[in-house]
Design a protein around this ligand. Structure first.
Ligand SMILES: [Zn+2]
Length: 164
């Protein structure tokens, strides 16, 4: 079992463990970069990739299901935010706070980066509703770990909810 992160032409297939690593290192970067409302919605999408909550092998998303924005400038800005977060994650940002070495994280992030770079967001959202709305954005930051979480839906951030 695993999870798929995809767009129209490519798929990044990750094992359940690989998914957790990929999402977690990206979340560490996103948590420190969020600024606009859209950023918090993207953070919420990431928090929904928590398999401890959603089920093993039951997560993953498609770039075509993300509401990138209604205008060109919004879409450019959203894509730029995701690429900026991915680049920050690639630098190993806050990896020392994980209790494991994320061995293949850079491979996953590079594949995701290439996929986002080549993706052309349009105003069309394939499956509206998959991308968290403004009222579902992740605004809560775990006080212990300073990581955005889906509070009050989850009880904490991914470090809080990790199985022992
Ligand atoms: Zn936490």
């Amino acid at each position: 079992m695993g999870n798929v992160f995809s767009d129209a032409t490519e798929s990044l297939y990750l094992s359940n463990g690989g998914t957790a690593v990929f999402v977690n290192v990206l979340m560490l970067a996103v948590s420190d970069l969020v600024d606009d409302e859209w950023d918090y919605r993207f953070a919420s999408l990431l928090s929904l990739q928590d398999q401890n909550m959603m089920g093993r092998g039951a997560v993953g998303f498609d770039l075509r299901d993300i509401a990138w924005g209604t205008t060109d400038s919004e879409r450019v800005r959203s894509k730029e935010f995701v690429l900026r977060a991915t680049a920050l994650a690639l630098s190993g940002h806050r990896w020392s706070e994980l209790d494991y070495e994320p061995p293949f994280a850079r491979d996953y992030l590079r594949q995701f980066q290439a996929m986002v770079e080549s993706f052309e967001p349009t105003g069309e959202v394939r499956r509206a509703g998959d991308f968290p709305g403004a009222d579902e954005r992740a605004v809560a930051s775990c006080a212990l770990h300073r990581i955005l979480s889906a509070l009050p839906y989850w009880e904490g951030c991914f470090l809080c909810t990790e199985p022992p």
